[in-house]
Design a protein around this ligand. Structure first.
Ligand code: AMP
Ligand code: MG
Length: 412
């Protein structure tokens, strides 16, 4: 039996990055950029107007005010998207729209609010200084600039930037294919045989959802019977995936053949059994670059071991640097009895009250109580060396709920 840290370290040190692929910028959302992005143009591409108004020479507006407007000849009209043709001279102005390129000779724009049209001329009621209301070429991004670096997670802002840079495709890390295999004679699928001795394979679905949540593609292999033959067949079918995640059959029961079958198909078992609760029978192996995670069968154990081991592995291989959930310190609101020597992962609800986080368990913590996961927004992690933990003590909680601390009302 090895420790949680050793298990994690063993898994993470075997991981190599997946391949890369070119996808449209919209398909890249939430994925990790696998190339550096240099600008191939200036943004904005030209000096352009920040206002609807009149482009002119700032110096010519000296002395203009509401009582004594100055008159300028309008020599041209430049809507957005058009190019000015005429050079602006003394006491001349070009009517210009926001975003339109600045005409030659001009160094400021007077906003339309400070003007009044007077036939072919415009009255200017306010002075402007050099550069006022002009956005300069490349003020956002300069041609040749390194704008996004490899390893960046694509959010909507990055999507917009890629579009602004003229990129419709971008190179990202591939999504790994993750086979999900349930094992057990008692298992049935949701729409299968629902006789009372049957248990619906919820792990097939929680597991697939966990894969999707961290950016992998689940491949449902279905349910293997507790026979070496069926397990071998299903494991072989799973071998086309990058990662094979099985559940159950890794304990010490008479029908727990998963480890044997893994070995028979060429998997090197790096370890089995970790000093933790739940999830003690957790097994990990490799065959070439393929990773095999043998999760325990109990629904909570299966989800917790996925969270602790499979999720960081998937995130790491897809180029993520921040592969662990956020942890917070919270004040425990109940007494907890614990066995020394095991790291505990308890399902909890954290909340913010009286300017600190507090935490309570989600009731019955049996590894078959899936409801304890449903009600949880966090996993409280208790260290190996602790025994009983007293109410009022500060504990570490992993936040597993992506909507943690979101609010129903605006917070401003
Ligand atoms: P085992 O590891 O085979 O001893 O299974 C432990 C417990 O987990 C048993 O009560 C199983 O019925 C349950 N279990 C195993 N696989 C699944 C699954 N895919 N979905 C839901 N429960 C399961
Ligand atoms: Mg079983």
């Amino acid at each position: 039996m090895i420790t949680v840290s050793k298990a994690l370290h063993t898994i993470l040190s075997t991981i190599a990055l997946v391949g890369i692929e070119k996808v449209t910028i919209l398909s890249a959302l939430g994925r990790v950029l696998a190339e550096d992005i240099y600008a191939r143009r200036n943004i904005p591409p030209t000096d352009n107007s920040a206002m609807d108004g009149y482009a002119l020479i700032a110096e010519d507006t000296m002395g203009a005010n509401t009582e004594h407007p100055l008159f300028f000849d309008i020599i041209e009209d430049v809507p957005a998207g058009n190019i000015p043709r005429k050079i602006v001279g003394f006491a001349e102005a070009t009517r210009i729209m926001t975003g339109a390129p600045i005409p030659e000779g001009v160094d400021a724009v007077v906003p339309v609010e400070d003007t009044e049209l007077d036939g072919d001329r415009v009255k200017i009621f306010a002075e402007v200084s050099i550069g006022q209301n002009i956005r300069s070429m490349g003020e956002d991004v300069k041609d040749g600039e390194l704008v996004l670096t490899r390893g960046t997670i694509i959010r909507p802002a990055e999507t917009g930037m890629l579009a602004a840079l003229g990129r419709s495709f971008v190179t990202v890390y591939q999504k790994p294919l993750v086979a999900i295999l349930a094992t057990g004679d008692e298992l049935t699928d949701i729409d299968g045989d629902l006789s009372p001795e049957k248990i619906i394979s919820s792990n097939s679905y929680s597991g697939a959802a966990q894969v999707m949540e961290c950016g992998g593609i689940p491949l449902q292999i279905g349910i293997a019977k507790d026979t070496k033959e069926d397990l071998t067949e299903k494991f072989k079918a799973a071998m086309r995936a990058d990662i094979i995640v099985s559940s159950a059959g890794v304990s010490v029961g008479d029908y727990d053949f998963v480890k044997d079958v893994m070995k028979e198909i060429g998997v090197t078992i790096d370890f089995h059994q970790v000093a933790q609760r739940p999830g003690k029978p957790f097994t990990f192996g490799t065959a070439g670059r393929k990773l095999f995670f043998g999760l325990p069968g109990n629904p909570v154990s299966s989800m917790i071991t996925f969270e602790q081991y499979v999720r960081p592995a998937i995130l790491k291989m897809t180029g993520h640097k921040r592969i662990f959930r956020k942890t917070i310190k919270a004040i425990l609101k109940e007494n907890i009895q614990k066995k020394k020597g095991l790291r505990y992962f308890l399902r909890v609800r954290v909340r913010y009250e009286d300017e600190r986080f507090t935490v309570v368990t989600t009731g019955e913590q049996g590894s078959g109580i899936l409801k304890s996961m449903v009600q949880a927004n966090g996993i409280m992690v208790l260290p190996e060396d602790s025994t009983s933990i007293k109410k009022g003590v500060e504990v570490v909680v992993q936040v597993i709920d992506n909507s943690f601390e979101l609010t129903e009302e605006p917070g401003y």
